[in-house]
Design a protein around this ligand. Structure first.
Ligand SMILES: [Fe+2]
Ligand SMILES: [Fe+2]
Length: 289
């Protein structure tokens, strides 16, 4: 294929106009979760209006993943027991997995990709806990969605992205460099476009756009830095598949910002492995398989 990156960018812009919208319920749930004035009652009400979503949420919360001794009968009860943010995370995960479930015929390891994403979400939680400078429950969704631009390209630009993936495979280079070189745009920019279109809160949009260039972020540096670091650590531990086998450099200033002493790293790795194992079960259930 001989296309200039300018042609590709035009084509991408056209194709992205046909992106599906995230279901209304998921959008409302994100709005509510990030609005300090909203209440848990609002959220249960919005979710309960969607029967199939309600069924999925209840199936996951009653699974071994959560391991509650008594059956949770309603979304309202789930919110009380699990908490507001955990239920919101669950709804967003289920909705995003659903939106990108269709087969693409591309040689892209989708299960590996979601393991990478869940791995980053879970690791971000651990880093937030150890560094102590932001609420643990705020980092899961941004972690899960940081590489959403890749799935969008796999699903909506399969021919163009196949060329990228083939080149990554034959050269062993970092996928982001190859995207830039062949398409003139990377998954972070595509991701930001989608996140804007889906009206995600600015915190999530920033995380998606800046996760590879954390020091350029003017706002939300804490969350951007945590996701950046989690992404690198997940690649170091070879959890899931982020599109290539490289390990990008962990930004020194970000590491300094997290103020983690080197001897907690083993603890962090151990808890990562443990939670990621649980997360795979979560993925299977959230997908409905
Ligand atoms: Fe990325
Ligand atoms: Fe990533």
């Amino acid at each position: 294929m001989t296309m200039s990156s300018f042609d590709v960018r035009e084509k991408i812009a056209k194709r992205l106009k046909d992106l599906p919208t995230l279901p209304h319920v998921a959008r409302r749930v994100i709005e509510i979760a990030y609005d300090p004035k909203s209440s848990a009652a609002n959220m249960s009400e919005v979710i309960s209006r969607d029967q199939s979503l309600t069924a999925k949420v209840l199936r996951v919360v009653n699974s071994a993943y959560y391991g509650f001794p008594r059956k949770i009968e309603s979304v309202k009860q789930a919110v009380v027991i699990l908490g507001f943010k955990a239920v919101s995370d669950l709804v967003v995960s289920v909705s995003v997995f659903d939106a990108f479930k269709k087969k693409t015929g591309l040689d892209f390891d989708m299960l590996g990709f979601w393991k990478h994403s869940i791995g980053v979400a879970v690791t971000a939680k651990t880093l937030a806990k150890y560094s102590g400078f932001m609420p643990v429950e705020d980092v899961f969704v941004p972690g899960l969605l940081h590489d959403i631009g890749k799935v969008v390209m796999v699903s909506f630009l399969p021919e163009e992205y196949k060329v990228v993936i083939d080149r990554v495979r034959s050269t062993g280079r970092w996928i982001r460099d190859v995207e830039e070189e062949l398409l003139g745009i990377d998954h972070a920019s595509i991701g930001r476009f989608v996140a804007d279109k889906w009206n995600f809160p600015p915190k999530i949009v920033s995380t998606i756009f800046y996760h590879h260039r954390p020091l350029l972020a003017k706002d939300y540096r804490d969350i951007v830095g945590i996701i950046h670091a989690a992404d690198v650590l997940v690649r170091v531990r070879k959890i899931g598949w982020g599109g290539d086998a490289t390990i990008p450099t962990l930004n020194k200033d970000v590491w300094a910002m997290l103020k983690l002493s080197p001897n907690v790293l083993d603890d962090i790795y151990a808890s990562m492995e443990e939670s990621v194992k649980k997360a795979e079960e979560f993925f299977r259930l959230a997908q409905g398989g």
